[in-house]
Design a protein around this ligand. Structure first.
Ligand SMILES: *Cc1c(COP(=O)(O)O)cnc(C)c1O
Length: 385
């Protein structure tokens, strides 16, 4: 079976986990947690990382730090995984969804500005925060988005869960907004077996996130709480795995980019298949997942038909994230798109992409031969009409 994106062991995980156990630091703090944060900081080159129990927890605390409160509206990219926006609702906030653009597949800056003005007109208030996502590792147009966010004074939370190692204009994703969320879930670029991090701009903010993530416990000899806390710190055991994983981070990112380059080359000959690529030189995706668009008129197949055919050949692929405006739980939220009058009946670029897109096996442990097998099977799936 060729899987979509499996954990890729670096070698030293056992050694570090053993060290953690022998030191009896089997708790959600400890030397490996500190070391993991240091290594993240030096890899990212700017910002202050706080290691947390999940990427979702990082987005949640990013929104707390942004000041989101009950009843606030928060803008979020619609084409994403539900973990980008669920934390808005955890805080009693109301998501406002924005469609993507066709080149990056991410938050459309023009629509963002339009939506901010429209919410101000309708509610009398500015949205309390913006969640921008770097989907499949592709950076969003952060120069435009940060300019708009800072012009209106709205805090920007980057969901960089899929984008560790991606760069925009030479700067690492996760360091470009006011707060950046990373994920170390098993299927991401590197893993702690489950974990995440929130990247802050200053040490003071990072300390405040650490405080909130450890039950907002005041510094007194007894338990004393003035604020609502969370139990979101990463365990020292998980951080030990993370320390081993981060030693290979650069090679893991390079491998994902190589896999994308092989797909791009081998699939360029197939009529009706387009590999999603960096739109221009300021974008440098980590290509967490290599993704393609399939033109049914030319291939005779829908993405799901191709998915099923590949599955029967032992290859796991996945349809794109189904946009949030199409999810029953979120279908009544405000949603902004520029494609309302389209001919196809689709609800926007997000749905347009969802109807055509497919994620290919992209794990850094895949061999060149695995990729050839995927490409040959894809060709078969298309010609078996
Ligand atoms: C994985 C992911 C998350 C959540 O990360 P967890 O560590 O699984 O909680 C959030 N947003 C996106 C876009 C993701 O892909």
């Amino acid at each position: 079976m060729i899987k979509l994106s499996l954990p890729h062991l670096a070698g030293k995980e056992k050694e570090y986990v053993n060290q953690a156990i022998e030191s009896t630091w089997i708790v959600p703090l400890g030397p490996f947690v500190d070391e993991f944060e240091h290594r993240l900081d030096s890899y990212l080159g700017e910002g202050r990382a706080v290691a947390l129990s999940a990427g979702t927890a990082a987005i949640h605390l990013g929104l707390v730090m942004a000041g989101v409160k009950t009843g606030d509206e928060v803008i979020c990219q619609s084409l994403t995984f539900s973990a980008s926006c669920n934390p808005i609702v955890y805080l009693g906030g109301k998501p406002v969804f924005i469609d993507s653009e066709k080149d990056t597949w991410n938050l459309d800056p023009e629509l963002l500005e339009h939506a901010i003005e429209d919410r101000l007109r309708i509610t009398g208030n500015l949205p309390a925060a913006i969640v921008a996502v770097h989907l499949y590792g592709m950076p969003a147009k952060m120069d435009r988005i940060t300019e708009i966010a800072s012009r209106y004074g709205i805090p920007l939370v980057e969901d960089a869960a899929e984008a560790l190692g991606s760069e925009y204009n030479g700067r690492k994703c996760g360091t470009l907004g006011n707060f950046g969320a990373l994920s170390f879930n098993g299927n991401k670029i590197i893993t702690t077996s489950g974990g995440g991090a929130l990247i802050c701009r200053t040490e003071e903010e990072a300390d405040r996130v650490r405080f909130l993530a450890t039950q907002a416990r005041e510094n007194r000899p007894y338990y004393y709480h003035k604020e609502l806390g969370y139990n979101y710190r990463l365990s020292n055991i998980s951080a030990a795995i993370g320390c081993a994983q981060i030693e290979e981070l650069q090679t893991r990112v390079e491998r994902r980019r190589q896999i994308h380059a092989i797909y791009r080359q081998l699939l360029s000959q197939i009529d009706g298949v387009t590999v999603h690529d960096n739109p221009s030189p300021e974008f440098n995706s980590n290509f967490w997942l290599s993704t393609i668009l399939i033109d049914k008129a030319k291939t005779g197949k829908t993405p799901d038909e191709i998915r099923q055919s590949l599955l029967s050949q032992g290859i796991e692929t996945r349809l794109l994230w189904r946009p949030m405006n199409m999810q029953p739980i979120y279908q009544n939220c405000p949603y902004y798109t520029s494609m309302a009058d389209n001919q196809t009946g689709e609800t926007g670029i997000g749905e347009w992409l969802f109807d055509r897109g497919l994620c290919l096996p992209s794990g850094s442990s895949l061999t060149d031969n695995d990729i050839s097998v995927v490409v040959d099977s894809l060709k078969n799936a298309i010609s078996m009409k």
